[in-house]
Write a protein that binds this ligand. Structure first.
Ligand code: PEP
Length: 249
């Protein structure tokens, strides 16, 4: 069975001093029963990867450009992330979809670029509050799944993160039934498209996961881990979440 995954998204937080927290996370989990991925800002990628090179903890980026190189000021490419020691990259985070007008086609191209560079693409999907309230959640999820995932997705190169936009950074969390409904739907959709291999594609929940709610979320069927924002910045918050996931492994 594929290992569960605790992934941290540091967003635009952290200068060199934050590497102390990374060190502490690595130290607290020297032989984890789950996979651990930390996605620091791009400025820390190389240092973070070097620091954890001999540790059971992967480093990833938070975005990549679909092209390998070129005149794209400020962007970083998937080959650059791999070269810096990254193993994965988040694509299609709702903050990118919203702040940078990223649509499903672009997200799929970014995920493809990740695959082409040997990186795992952590592909984020999720409905807004308005979409949930109008009863369109599963339609939106279906649209994002078919539009954002490349045809060559496998359990090794792809992770799906279901992140209701209204739950990110807000302290609001869907009910366990709501999480379960969407995760079951995602599994069914992936299986229809990719066959039995889709059983191994990890589906993470993301949105205000904290030490206090992690265990109940991880007990929901088809939740294979979490993508954690705020609570991944400090070892004291992230460690209990990793421990809760290990209890379900
Ligand atoms: C995220 O940024 O992907 C996220 C889920 O953030 P938070 O855990 O802070 O809600």
């Amino acid at each position: 069975m594929t290992r569960k995954l605790a992934a941290g998204n540091w967003k635009m937080n952290g200068t060199g001093a934050a590497l102390d927290e990374l060190n502490a996370i690595a130290k607290a989990h020297s032989a984890p029963a789950v996979d651990i991925l930390i996605c620091p800002p791009a400025t820390l990628l190389m240092q973070a990867a070097a620091l954890t090179a001999d540790k059971p903890l992967d480093i990833g980026a938070q975005d990549c450009h679909p092209q390998a190189s070129g005149a794209h000021t400020g962007d970083i490419s998937a080959p650059m992330i791999a070269d810096a020691g990254g193993a994965a990259v988040i694509v299609g985070h709702s903050e990118r979809r919203e702040n940078h007008n990223e649509n499903n086609d672009l997200v799929r191209e970014k995920a493809q670029a990740a695959h082409d560079s040997g990186l795992t693409a952590v592909i984020c999907i999720g409905e807004t509050l308005a979409e949930r309230e109008s009863g369109d959640t599963l339609l939106i999820i279906e649209d994002q799944l078919s539009g954002s995932i490349p045809d060559g997705a496998t359990p090794d190169n792809t992770v799906i993160a279901y992140e209701p936009v209204w739950a990110i950074g807000t302290g609001k969390v869907p009910s366990l039934d709501q999480i379960g409904e969407v995760h079951d739907f995602i599994r069914k959709n992936l299986t229809e498209r990719f066959g039995d291999t889709a059983q191994g594609i990890r589906i993470l929940y993301g949105g205000s996961v904290k030490p206090g709610n992690a265990a109940e979320i991880f007990a929901v069927p088809n939740v294979d881990g979490a993508l954690v924002g705020g609570a991944s910045l400090k070892e004291a918050d992230f460690s209990p979440i990793i421990n809760a996931l290990e209890d379900e492994a």
